[in-house]
Design a protein around this ligand. Sequence first.
Ligand code: C5P
Length: 233
Amino acid sequence: MKDIPLNERIIVALDVDHPDKAKELVKKCESHISYYKIGLQLFMGSWFETVDWIVDRGHKVMLDLKFFDIPETVKLAVEQVNSRGVSLATIHGNDPIIRAALEARGDMKLLAVTVLTSFGEEDMRAMGMTGSIADLVYFRAKRALELGCDGVVSSGLEAERMRSELGEKLLIVTPGIRPGDNVVEDDQKRVMTAGKAIAAGADHLVVGRPITKAADPIKVIESMQQEIAAVAG
Ligand code: C5P
């Protein structure tokens, strides 16, 4: 298991519409958390303002814009990001897109999104696809690693196989973390508890609503961090 500080294991997803709300959330959580994810909603509402603010405060940023376009466009988009102090950025894609993004990665780490955690087996069947999500995630992760990607975004359910078959180097970042065990209570379908996801091999956990919508976010963070510490030491 990698030696990752406890305050960087959970990446809080700042899924809010305004930079002021994001800053308020960071101020609430920063005694315990030093890693924040900025996704499409907040980026559309603040561009780099929140990214710069969080980096200047000494915290890490995962910029989750899941770039997906022709290779040259993805490369140019990654270039726009690689000098802003962002630690992790996400891309989708097939081999040429991943290769192009890697050319422009700079000091950032790049994560390939494997299969969204909101995508379930029934969605696969509805598209007429056979096979399992577990295989799809595994083979996409294997390919991304072969191409030089630093890691993947996947649910905790696929982490164990990736960790045992693809090795320690692969960075596994896992959303779909829920306090109850595998309880589907919203749009996330492949969910897991914090402790189980880390035990399965995840390096970082992306947690949004269970923290951001909680009456007492610190209480939720402390409880998840206890679970993590029990497994990761
Ligand atoms: O609120 P919740 O904990 O479900 O938030 C999960 C976050 O992780 C969201 O910001 C979502 O965009 C992100 N994410 C995800 N599944 C992926 C990649 C990112 O849920 N495969």
